[in-house]
Structure formats: structure tokens, C-alpha cells
Design a binder for this molecule. Structure first.
Ligand code: AMP
Ligand code: MG
Length: 267
């Protein structure tokens, strides 16, 4: 799955990356699902270990266009983990109080503590995406944010946080289908916002903004992955496998009891 990693310093051109890529699973959604189930079980065990060891902090950042699959990813990839050790932080348009502070203020409050896994559904990257596309602040303000974000994430990493960032890559046709489904399906309508259509008109501006994000803020200590996301089953599989591989790489161990349990007999 390393092919989806954005190498630090590499210039990303999203039009050159196939959103419908299904890797080694060309004909095989069934095979992919079987593989996914295995990873799901591993993730469950790794998350328990993370919690028990109480040493590492894990931060997962999800960014995508509207209907890109952030909610679905959270629902599917994390459906086996214990809710006690996982938290989702969703970042909407900032409140008045949040706007009175620096843009990282609300973000920093939500980062994971020891033993915790936190999923960011949108993140500080909105402050160089929607904010840039809509000119909410002038370029001289948002341009500085790439360095600021890199330093912020470096600080988190040096404080024991494992950071993984996923850009869910869909194409404009796929977005149209998904927005249409939201419009047509009464159980999905609540997700449809007319404003999403305005954002859709700015697709090219967003792609440019995402390319800058991916090119300027992928670091060894906080890598970006561009996840082919037109096929939901492949998206979930790729994210699960990167997550499992990364967590296995932490070489976590169940801690010993803090008390001496030698010879303890339970009557
Ligand atoms: P959703 O994720 O569909 O619930 O939508 C959340 C909305 O909040 C999206 O339209 C985002 O673009 C918007 N949003 C999130 N963060 C920011 C930000 N820092 N500034 C402006 N809008 C934001
Ligand atoms: Mg939305």
C-alpha cells in the first residue's frame, strides 16, 4: 500500500492519480472484503493494545471533497474497535469563539492523549482549503499556514503522536452520483446541502488547494496518503491496511501489572 504514500517533498498532480484504482483486486470485491474482515479483527486487537499500553497517541486525519466518503470510512473501518478508546472529532465552520482564536486552537484541544485513537473528520487543513478557495483570509495569511501546520504536527509527533493523513480521492463524476443519490434517497437527504453545489462549481480550485496541501505537508512524521476512493470497498481496505501496518510497527506490548502478582491465589 506504500504506493499511495505521498513522499515528503514530492509534487502531487491529482489528475495523474486514478480514483477508481483497485490495486491487486481488479475483479475481486469479494476477495477484498475477505481481506478487509481480517484487517478489521487485527485493528480491534491493536486498538486494545494501544489502550492497555497507554504510551502512544494515534491521530488519523480524513480530508475529502463533499461526498468523498469520510463518514463512510469512519463507519466501516472502525466498526470493530472498542468505542471506549476511539474518538471522532468533526470540524465544522468555526464558531464565533473559535474565530476569535488562532485556527489551531480548536484543533489542539482535540488531539489524542496516551492510549487514545482520534479520528479527525476534517481538520486544520480546512484552513488552507475552504478558507483559501473562498478567500476567507488573504493569501499572505493562509500561505504561512503550511509551515505552521508542519511545525504543529512535528511537535505532536515529537510528543509521542503517530499521525496518519488520508485524502479520499474521488472524481467529479463520482461526486455527482453520490450527491444525486443523496437527493433521491429519503434516508440520505438530510446530508444534502444546496451549498455543496456551490462547492462543486469550485472543483478545480479545490483540486489545486489539495495538491498544495499534499505537496507541502507530507512529512515522515505525518505522512499523507492519497486513497483511491471511487470504490468504497477498496478505500476501506487500503486505509485499514495502512492503519494496521502502522500500528504493528509501534511494537506495542501489554504492560505488566504494577503490583507483584507472584503466587497470588484467588480463594
Ligand atoms: P460537513 O463535514 O458536511 O458536516 O460540513 C462541514 C462544513 O464546515 C464544510 O462545509 C466545511 O467546509 C466547513 N468548515 C470546516 N472547517 C472550516 C473552517 N476552518 N473554515 C470554514 N469552514 C469550515
Ligand atoms: Mg457535507
Amino acid at each position: 500500500m506504500k504506493q499511495y504514500l505521498v513522499k515528503p517533498g514530492a509534487k502531487v498532480k491529482l489528475s495523474k492519480i486514478d480514483p477508481a484504482d483497485t490495486g491487486d483486486f481488479k475483479g475481486g470485491k469479494e476477495a477484498a472484503l475477505a481481506e478487509f474482515e481480517k484487517l478489521n479483527g487485527k485493528l480491534e486487537a491493536l486498538q486494545e493494545l494501544l489502550f492497555a499500553e497507554h504510551k502512544h497517541k494515534v491521530l488519523i486525519v480524513l480530508q475529502a471533497m463533499d461526498a468523498g466518503g469520510k463518514d463512510g470510512t469512519i463507519r466501516r473501518v472502525f466498526d470493530s474497535v472498542n468505542p471506549a478508546g476511539v474518538r471522532v472529532a468533526s470540524f465544522k465552520a468555526p464558531t464565533a469563539e473559535e474565530l476569535d482564536h488562532d485556527y489551531l486552537w480548536r484543533i489542539h484541544k482535540q488531539v489524542p492523549g496516551k492510549g487514545e485513537m482520534v479520528i479527525f473528520n476534517r481538520s486544520h487543513y480546512e484552513d488552507v482549503l475552504v478558507v483559501r478557495v473562498h478567500n476567507y483570509v488573504p493569501p499572505e495569511v493562509w500561505e504561512k499556514r503550511f509551515d505552521q501546520i508542519n511545525e504543529f504536527e512535528r511537535m505532536l509527533a515529537e510528543s509521542g503522536t503517530t499521525i496518519l493523513k488520508f485524502y479520499l480521492h474521488i472524481d467529479k463524476d463520482e461526486q455527482k452520483e453520490r450527491l444525486q443519490a443523496r437527493l433521491d434517497d429519503p434516508t440520505k437527504r438530510w446530508k444534502f446541502r444546496l451549498g455543496d453545489l456551490d462547492e462543486r462549481k469550485r472543483w478545480d480550485d479545490y483540486m489545486e488547494a489539495f495538491e498544495d496541501v499534499l505537496s507541502k505537508t507530507s512529512a515522515n512524521y505525518a505522512p499523507w496518503y492519497v486513497i483511491p476512493a471511487n470504490r468504497k470497498w477498496y478505500r476501506d481496505l487500503v486505509i485499514s491496511s495502512i492503519l494496521v501496518e502502522t500500528l504493528e510497527g509501534l511494537k506495542m506490548k501489554y504492560p505488566e501489572s504494577e503490583e507483584n502478582l507472584e503466587g497470588v491465589v484467588i480463594e
